[in-house]
Write a protein that binds this ligand. Structure first.
Ligand code: DX5
Ligand code: ZN
Length: 224
């Protein structure tokens, strides 16, 4: 299972060092939570900060941008130019979802679609052939450190089956990512549900232990 660290609860006054800590612990994905204060009630960072992070970290890490923004259709190219390898966009925020997913792939990045907890799974099934990743939110987006919403299980299981069916029919494999409240106590259960990629924020960046030690605890929970 890929563990994608989210730095929201890290010391953001030292964002580069927080990312270094994740990379040095062996993590090669970085989940970048972009918030615009419109789609979600919080603000984080955008292309200029991401560009500096790319410069700081070099080409190694995969930048997985989770765009909690209303203007992804006009801004996606800026995120790719800033160094993002992957862009995930919210069905609830985008008018022409199919068109945008294709535009992102045509621009050379991989594309993902994300559903809020209250959004039916069908919204992702409609575009399954057009994406590289589906992200299921297990919290309402906007803040790190919230509690996991367990009713996402049926969405995950439905998507696991739909992705397996798509692959069996010769179609594209799709990563199944979860975001929100993922910790050592539930990560093995999520893998059993069929998740392949877990975003972990406060489970990695907290005052109790270093990122490396928290990662060891997660790996122990997964028995690997
Ligand atoms: C929430 C973000 C998440 C969040 C994860 O809006 O998309 O990536 O920071 O943090 P934890 O793991 O603390 O729920
Ligand atoms: Zn996120």
């Amino acid at each position: 299972m890929i563990i994608a660290p989210s730095v929201l609860t890290a010391n953001l006054a030292a964002l580069g060092s927080a990312c270094d800590e994740a990379v040095e612990a062996g993590l090669d994905w970085l989940h970048l939570d972009v918030m615009d204060g419109n789609f979600v009630p919080n603000l984080t960072f955008g292309p200029p900060v991401i560009k500096q992070l790319r410069k700081h970290l070099g080409d190694g890490p995969i930048f997985d941008a989770h765009l909690m923004v209303e203007n992804a259709e006009t801004m996606y190219q800026d995120y790719i130019d800033a160094g993002c390898n992957h862009l995930t966009v919210h069905v609830e925020a985008v008018k022409h979802l199919h068109r945008l997913l294709h535009a992102i792939r045509d621009a050379g990045a991989t594309a993902g679609v994300v559903l809020n907890p209250g959004t039916p799974v069908e919204a992702a099934l409609e575009v399954l052939p057009d994406v590289d990743l589906v992200l299921i939110m297990s919290v309402n987006p906007g803040f790190g450190g919230q509690s996991f919403i367990p009713t996402v299980e049926s969405k995950i299981r439905t998507l696991r089956k739909a992705i397996d069916d798509q692959v069996a029919a010769g179609g594209r494999n799709v990563q199944l990512q979860i975001d929100g409240g993922v910790k050592a106590h539930n990560i093995a259960m999520l893998r059993e549900w069929g998740v392949t990629n877990a975003v972990v924020g406060s489970g990695l960046f907290n005052a109790n232990a270093s990122v490396a030690d928290n990662l060891t605890t997660l790996h122990q929970a997964l028995n690997d």
